[in-house]
Design a protein around this ligand. Structure first.
Ligand SMILES: Cc1ncc(COP(=O)(O)OP(=O)(O)O)c(N)n1
Ligand SMILES: Cc1ncsc1CCOP(=O)(O)O
Ligand SMILES: [Mg+2]
Length: 221
């Protein structure tokens, strides 16, 4: 699980003003993402249009063995045969989603505190998304940034929990989030709004690899 979280692209058509989501996903996979979440929000698409786009993105992920996670909607996740669902604290309760999706699909839950993280695990989560780390313009109802310190606190109390940081993460900031204890970073705009999703994805991979190497070295020393 932890390796799959390393560089997690989250995207819906609302995040793609310059380029189509299919092309962005293909470039990001070529650049090295390790997980993908389909997060279609307020894009004005009808149900069937969402399914059509979701099927295209799902197939690309399957062709490259990249886990495909559906945001919020269990119904859509099941229609698209997603590998998992990601839900937040205000979505359906995690234990209900776990019952609906069965034991094999992945369940991601957003958490800001050790208590929320602990509850998510008890309810059947495979990983937690912690954020927003920094200011973000990709989530209209985002809370104030909680910063990498929030990951440090959760990591102290739950040493083994798979954690991905999210919100305002750029190539320059990815290292801080990994150093704080995250297994990976989840990114929307830094990739989807880039003039080269491929190049920026490669840069993320480079930064993450460097920071993980430094972290391992500190553990060994
Ligand atoms: C990996 C990851 N982490 C956190 C979130 C945020 O989920 P949520 O709090 O439900 O907010 P919305 O994405 O539904 O706006 C996420 N999607 N992915
Ligand atoms: C979905 C989500 N959850 C917390 S912040 C966020 C948006 C992240 O987008 P960006 O990487 O563009 O800041
Ligand atoms: Mg949600």
């Amino acid at each position: 699980m932890k390796n799959s979280l390393s560089l997690y692209l989250v995207m819906g058509s609302q995040d793609c003003p310059h380029q189509n989501p299919v092309e962005i996903l293909e470039e990001a996979i070529a650049g090295g993402i390790t997980c993908f979440q389909f997060r279609e929000k307020l894009s004005g698409k009808t149900g069937i249009e969402i399914i059509r786009l979701g099927r295209q993105l799902r197939q690309i992920c399957a062709d490259h063995q990249i886990p495909f996670i559906a945001n919020d909607r269990v119904d859509l996740g099941l229609i698209l045969e997603a590998d998992g669902i990601h839900i937040g604290q205000d979505d359906l309760p995690a234990y209900e989603v776990r019952k609906l999706i069965g034991p094999r699909r992945l369940l991601g839950v957003s958490a800001k505190t050790p208590a929320e993280a602990h509850k998510a695990l008890q309810d059947g989560a495979n990983y937690i998304g912690v954020g927003p780390m920094f200011t973000t313009s990709s989530k209209l109802d985002a809370s104030a940034p909680i910063g990498p310190k929030a990951i440090e606190h959760i990591r102290q109390e739950l040493p083994d929990i798979p954690i991905v940081g999210i919100g305002g993460i750029t190539t320059e900031r990815a290292g801080q989030v990994i150093s704080a204890g995250a297994d990976g970073v989840a990114v929307i705009s830094a990739i989807t709004k880039s003039s080269s999703p491929y190049e920026v994805t490669k840069n993320f991979c480079r930064q993450i690899a460097i920071t993980k190497k430094e972290k391992n070295k500190m553990i060994m020393d």
